[in-house]
Design a protein around this ligand. Structure first.
Ligand code: SME
Length: 161
């Protein structure tokens, strides 16, 4: 496909519905995990303008920051630590409407106010998480969860070790 993203306006569901097939087309046939994760982070950032969008990948028992869009971020997160580490430990998506109310939240930036973290499974194991931060409170809900869980399923065999 062309490298130009078609940016949709309208309801969140319309934006996701326009974006997901474009992301699928972008990563289809490309086996390089870093390239795919980089393009997914860029596409999400371009469509939604969120503060920080990126991936933390499981490497040697820790989450290590991978491709992302946004300000520089913490490099390593241990299991159970912060929202990302909790999502990994609990093996489920976490929606945090107000990061200051989340015990143990890791503040990579004081500008981040709400967050969603979606685990990425490969062959039954969590291989990383998609982390999205917003500069506003209450940005994410179950609709984001459904679409983003759908999106991470489209990532082919993530293995960036
Ligand atoms: N807020 C995250 C850390 C990662 S950064 O926000 C990019 C957390 O508590 O897991």
């Amino acid at each position: 496909m062309s490298e130009d993203l078609k940016i949709a306006s309208g309801a969140k569901s319309e934006q996701y519905a326009s974006l997901l097939p474009q992301i699928r087309a972008l990563i289809e046939g490309e086996s390089d995990a870093v390239s795919n994760l980089a393009n997914i982070a860029a596409a999400l950032k371009e469509q939604f303008g969120w503060f920080w969008v990126g991936f933390y990948m499981v490497k040697n028992g820790e989450l290590v920051v991978g491709p992302f869009q946004g300000p520089v971020a913490c490099t390593r997160i241990r299991k159970g630590k912060g929202v990302c580490g909790a999502s990994w430990q609990e093996a489920r998506t976490l929606i945090v409407p107000d990061v200051e109310a989340f015990p143990g939240h890791i503040a990579c930036s004081s500008l981040s106010r709400s967050e969603i973290v979606v685990p990425i499974f490969h062959q039954g194991e969590i291989v990383g998480v998609l982390d999205v931060d917003s500069a506003e409170l209450n940005t994410f809900d179950e609709e984001d969860q459904r679409w983003l869980e759908e999106l991470v399923k489209a990532i082919p065999g993530v293995n960036v070790r």
